[in-house]
Write a protein that binds this ligand. Structure first.
Ligand SMILES: Nc1nc2c(c(=O)[nH]1)N[C@H]1C(S)=C(S)[C@@H](COP(=O)(O)OP(=O)(O)OC[C@H]3O[C@@H](n4cnc5c(=O)[nH]c(N)nc54)[C@H](O)[C@@H]3O)O[C@H]1N2
Ligand SMILES: Nc1nc2c(c(=O)[nH]1)N[C@H]1C(S)=C(S)[C@@H](COP(=O)(O)OP(=O)(O)OC[C@H]3O[C@@H](n4cnc5c(=O)[nH]c(N)nc54)[C@H](O)[C@@H]3O)O[C@H]1N2
Ligand code: SF4
Ligand SMILES: [Mo]
Length: 716
């Protein structure tokens, strides 16, 4: 930390003919502070420098962050709209021609209107993502419901944050991913981290993690793989994939047994303790060890460390959330904090590692099928009324709730949905059970894709719209702390590219819905309407002006008349967001993953990330350094398993499940369980591991089980 302070004193280098534009990384929820270097003669982005003064990351960046600037002027940028003129080439890169914006937009409106005329308004769908600013996410929700008048809108956060959101809502009554600011992390006494490959996925959190240990605190990691953070942990609980619910129940069992509960807190501020106590009685270390494969000694030690720590933070990520019981897993881990009263005060709390850059903000303002701006519910008439007042429509004109992301593809398959407007997501790589999903996209009568590179999903489109990168527009995003921050424009849009909000307004006008949109002339105009639309909701951004964000190094929501400076720490008054002000301790019976190994499929397959690539890889696979560092996917296999199958390092094998198959190079490593294999998912076409994954959905969050299914290996 000393070193960081010294670095802060150094001002950024002064280059001639250069301007530094203060902004944040385009990728993950850390949203590291960076300055983009812009050549003032060419007005082009030419490089990057860290921002030491940014309080969350203090000059830290990862390999993706330091090369992110290379996206904007990349040779692969789409510069003009593309129209498919050869339908037989659908599903490939071929068969497109360049077109003018007028031609492309007219064609979209003509086809969308024709489909709606024949099959009803809900025949269209909008599928979006959260690498976009809050303003764009907000407008996308309004665009779907007011311009297209369809109820079918959902987004890629359904594959990402939906279970964390569901668990937090159920346990705490509100879904702000972190109950405290990241600047608390290094000050706590124990970090209990489950299902997060932190060092590769949120790398710039690691200096705070190390600081906990340097101060004599503890790090406990729950992961079937010995990831870099697990290697550094005081205790690594290497459980079988899909068994967290048992492990978390065991932690609560032991906290109760050892008297490490806060009875006063439980009595005053929670419901559900007695029921939960009864349920977790079953989860003795011995019984839990049978389910999880983690030794009773380790379980006992983990509960002892967490229980004794004066302050502790329970953290989790997709490892526990991307399961058909992801919501239960999240609530079960939050139970640890609730029974021990380690929440609602500085240095203690719960946090999920929000994935995408705007994974937090993007899920709050209306891209989710059941939500409206400010985390309002589309099924709540009062909430609908409030939003209608801002939008200028009548409540009866508001479409109802739609379905989740994967279920959209099911409806495309059934021809109940015939059109899709896709933006900011690449489901042809990132969705589960890809053989089915790709067929569903092929089955569409008309599909639009907005992206700045031709993605694997754009290959299914009839019209591709060239949009801007994050560095060509301005607006706010909400980082993994719940801190609203500002992204600034470093360069004018390249070629004929338009921002997503400009495109949507153009389409709305052509749809005859101009009066609801044409007053929005700048990103700032969208921002002002957006803030107003959140006013009074749980996620209230009304006080988070761009000026305040600049002045305060970001603003934590809720920020309104009551909390004028925002809310870095949640629940300091021990008020949770359920109507009675209490949190809910949840009694959650264990259930196994949707698919358990058997004789035919004896292995557990889990999937995830590497430090060098981002999500579907459409952005990072084009960056030379990142591509060189990780050019292709592989399958991690334990030496003993390799021996059993008589396979060797670098050998190509066939991996298959009930849904699909793919060939991968073997990477032999001791850093994985003997009964589990792992494949990173950042690759497309025949290299996609999602050809194999299971789309079993969590009953509450509708999130697919990316993290565990039954698989088998075959030598080629
Ligand atoms: N480098 C990089 N960083 C990223 C991203 C990226 O694509 N690349 N994406 C961003 C996004 S959108 C997200 S959502 C986050 C994801 O961040 P993480 O959730 O940290 O990443 P994953 O690799 O999906 O999974 C985390 C870990 O879960 C473990 N795991 C698998 N099954 C289980 C299980 O049953 N129980 C437990 N406890 N653990 C299990 C895996 O072994 C893996 O190490 O990262 C963000 N940051
Ligand atoms: N097997 C497996 N599958 C997974 C996961 C897993 O762990 N395992 N993780 C899941 C998770 S957590 C996530 S978040 C999803 C992510 O899956 P995707 O949503 O498919 O991820 P991205 O690669 O970010 O896709 C974004 C696309 O939009 C483009 N883009 C970026 N910014 C903008 C913009 O501002 N506007 C427009 N129009 N386009 C833009 C990019 O070029 C890219 O093509 O994948 C999920 N899939
Ligand atoms: S940690 Fe995340 S936000 Fe920071 S530089 Fe890396 S990808 Fe970008
Ligand atoms: Mo994600």
């Amino acid at each position: 930390m000393q070193e960081v302070k010294a670095l802060k004193e150094i001002s950024n280098v002064n280059h001639p003919n250069e301007e530094l534009i203060k902004t944040h990384c385009s990728y993950c929820g850390m949203q590291c502070g960076m300055n983009l270097r812009v050549n003032t003669k060419t007005n082009k982005i030419i490089g990057v420098e860290p921002r030491y003064e940014w309080p969350v990351t203090e000059g830290k960046m990862c390999p993706k962050g330091v090369t992110a600037y290379q996206q904007t002027n990349h040779k692969d940028r789409l510069l003009k709209p593309l129209i498919r003129d050869d339908a037989s080439k659908k599903g490939t890169k071929e068969g497109f021609r360049e077109a003018s914006w007028d031609e492309a937009l007219d064609l979209i409106v003509k086809n969308f209107k024709a489909l709606q005329g024949k099959h009803g308004d809900d025949t269209l769908s909008v599928y979006s993502g959260v690498s976009m600013t809050n303003e764009k996410c907000y407008l996308t929700g309004k665009f779907a419901r007011v311009a297209l008048k369809t109820k079918y809108i959902d987004y890629n956060g359904r594959f990402c944050m939906a279970s964390a959101a569901g668990g937090s809502l159920r346990s705490l009554g509100v879904d702000r991913g972190s109950s405290l600011p990241w600047t608390d992390l290094h000050q706590t006494d124990c970090l209990f981290i489950a299902g997060s490959n932190t060092a590769e996925c949120h790398p710039t959190s690691m200096y705070r993690v190390w600081e906990v240990q340097n101060r004599g605190g503890y790090l406990i990691v729950v992961d079937p793989r010995e990831t870099p953070i697990a290697r550094r942990a005081d205790l690594h609980l290497d459980l079988r994939p899909g068994t967290d619910l048992a492990l978390a129940n065991c932690m609560v069992h032991l906290l109760i047994k050892n008297g490490r509960v806060d009875e006063e807190f439980i009595k005053q501020h929670t419901n559900g303790f007695e029921e939960t106590k009864e349920l977790v009685a079953l989860f003795t270390p011995e019984y839990t060890s049978e389910i999880t494969g983690v030794s009773p000694e380790k379980l006992i030690r983990a509960a002892e460390i967490y229980g004794k720590a004066p302050n502790a933070i329970v953290m989790f990520a997709r490892g526990v959330e991307q399961q058909s019981k992801g919501v239960d897993n999240v609530s079960a881990y939050i139970n640890m904090a609730l029974v021990s009263g380690k929440i609602g005060r500085p240095k203690s709390g719960v946090a999920t590692f929000t994935g995408q850059g705007n994974g937090q903000g993007g899920r709050e303002h209306g891209q989710k099928s059941d939500l409206l701006p400010g985390y309002r519910k589309i099924t709540n008439p009062q909430h609908v009324k409030e939003v209608c007042e801002v939008w200028g429509i009548k409540p009866e004109e508001m479409p109802g709730p739609g379905v989740s992301a994967y279920e959209l593809f099911e409806l495309m398959d059934k021809k109940e949905i015939r059109g899709m407007y896709l933006l900011c997501s690449n489901p042809a790589v990132s969705a589960p059970n890809l053989n089915f999903v790709k067929n569903a996209m092929k089955n569409l009568d008309f599909m639009v894709c907005s992206d700045f590179y031709l993605s694997e999903s754009a290959e299914f489109a009839d019209v591709v719209l060239p949009t801007t990168t994050w560095a060509e527009d301005e607006g706010t995003v909400t980082n993994l702390e719940g801190r609203i921050i500002k992204i600034n424009r470093a360069q004018k849009p390249l070629g004929e590219c338009k921002t997503d909000w400009e495109i949507q307004i153009e389409i709305a006008k052509r749809y005859g819905k101009g009066k609801y949109f044409e007053h929005l002339k700048t990103a700032k105009d969208v921002a002002d309407e957006f803030r107003l639309a959140t006013k009074g909701g749980n996620a209230d951004y009304s006080g988070a002006t761009w000026e305040k964000i600049e002045k305060q190094n970001g603003v934590f929501w809720p920020c309104n008349e009551e909390n004028v400076d925002g809310t870095p720490h949640m629940f300091l008054d021990k008020k949770f967001y359920h109507p009675d002000g209490k949190a809910k301790i949840c009694a959650l019976p264990y259930r196994p993953p949707a698919e358990e190994p058997n004789e035919q499929y004896p292995l557990r397959l889990t999937t995830g990330r590497v430090v060098y690539h981002y999500l579907s890889g459409n952005q990072t696979r084009r960056i030379p350094f990142l591509k060189d560092m990780c050019p292709e996917p592989y399958v991690e296999v334990h030496p003993e398993l390799a021996k059993k199958y008589q396979i060797e390092h670098d050998q190509i094998i066939r991996l298959f499940t009930r849904r699909g198959e793919a060939n991968y190079k073997v990477k032999i490593t001791e850093a994985i369980r003997k009964d589990t294999v792992f494949v990173p998912y950042h690759f497309g076409h025949e290299q996609s591991i999602n050809l194999l994954t299971n789309a079993a959905l969590d009953p509450m969050s509708r999130m697919p089980e990316f993290k565990v299914c039954a698989a088998q290996i075959e030598k080629l």
